[in-house]
Design a protein around this ligand. Structure first.
Ligand code: PEP
Length: 251
């Protein structure tokens, strides 16, 4: 059975004090979430140690929002996998559309980062998704299919099986516009089908595929009810403990 996950991407938000307060509120509220739902939070790098201390021993796992494509050395401003894993992270978000768009992250770079993440014991949450022009041109299957193939098909089956995929249509991220359950389900089923063609049905059936893009308490239930949607990657709503918990309770 594949894992159900609700992951919060805090992006470049909150001070350390605010992040610690948010983590405390999440720990207090975690018991309301069904036991089979894995909660993950990915705060900024500066918060990993203090937030990690707050959530230690709880049901909430720690994730980073990015990692370097080198393990150490003269790469000013970068943070490497051993550093992230060393402070207790189990997950790392890679290929988020904001990283692709603003920092020029390519599929080739993401393959490097995913390999290093896996070697360092982290589970990548690998994001894919089309932008509005691509969706309007009816190219969403092509775009998402290429993103999946260019990165995940470079991995061995064992490596791929440790990845979580997040489908995040760029037009839905932070816009308040959510993909309909039908739109999300058809792409999730397509991604799972592509994975099945390459890695086999057993592996693809076991892979967790999250939906991300303006997911909130009011729409999570309908999205999570879809057969190929295994949870959510949550941005804005992850910054409010009651909303994040309500989303996770939607199962
Ligand atoms: C995200 O950026 O991963 C995301 C899903 O953001 P939001 O929920 O704010 O649309």
């Amino acid at each position: 059975m594949r894992k159900k996950i609700v992951a919060g991407n805090w992006k470049m938000n909150t001070t350390v004090a605010e992040g610690v307060a948010l983590a405390k509120a999440l720990v207090e509220a975690q018991n309301g979430v069904p036991a089979d739902v894995q909660l993950i939070i990915a705060p900024p790098f500066t918060h990993l140690v203090p937030v990690g201390e707050i959530i230690r021993g709880s049901r909430i796992a720690l994730g980073a929002q990015n990692c370097a494509n080198h393990t150490s050395g003269a790469y000013t401003g970068e943070v490497a996998v051993p550093m992230i894993a060393g402070v207790g992270c189990q997950y790392v978000i890679l290929g988020h559309s904001e990283r692709r768009q603003y920092y020029g992250e390519t599929s080739a770079l993401l393959v490097e980062k995913i390999r290093l993440a896996l070697e360092g014991g982290l589970r990548p949450i690998f994001c894919v998704g089309e932008n509005l022009d691509q969706r309007n041109a009816g190219r969403h299957f092509d775009v998402v299919g290429s993103q999946v193939r260019e990165v995940l098909f470079e991995l061995t089956a064992e490596e791929a099986s440790k990845c979580v995929v997040a489908y995040e249509p760029v037009w839905a991220i932070g816009t308040g516009v959510t993909a309909t359950a039908e739109q999300a389900q058809e792409i999730h089923a397509f991604i799972r089908g592509e994975l099945a063609k390459h890695f086999g049905k057993a592996l693809s059936d076991d892979m967790t595929i999250l939906y991300g893009g303006s997911c909130k308490p009011s729409n999570a239930k309908e999205l999570f009810a879809c057969p190929d949607i295994d949870g959510g990657l949550i941005g804005g709503a992850a910054l409010k403990a009651p909303d994040f918990i309500a989303i996770a309770q939607s199962y």
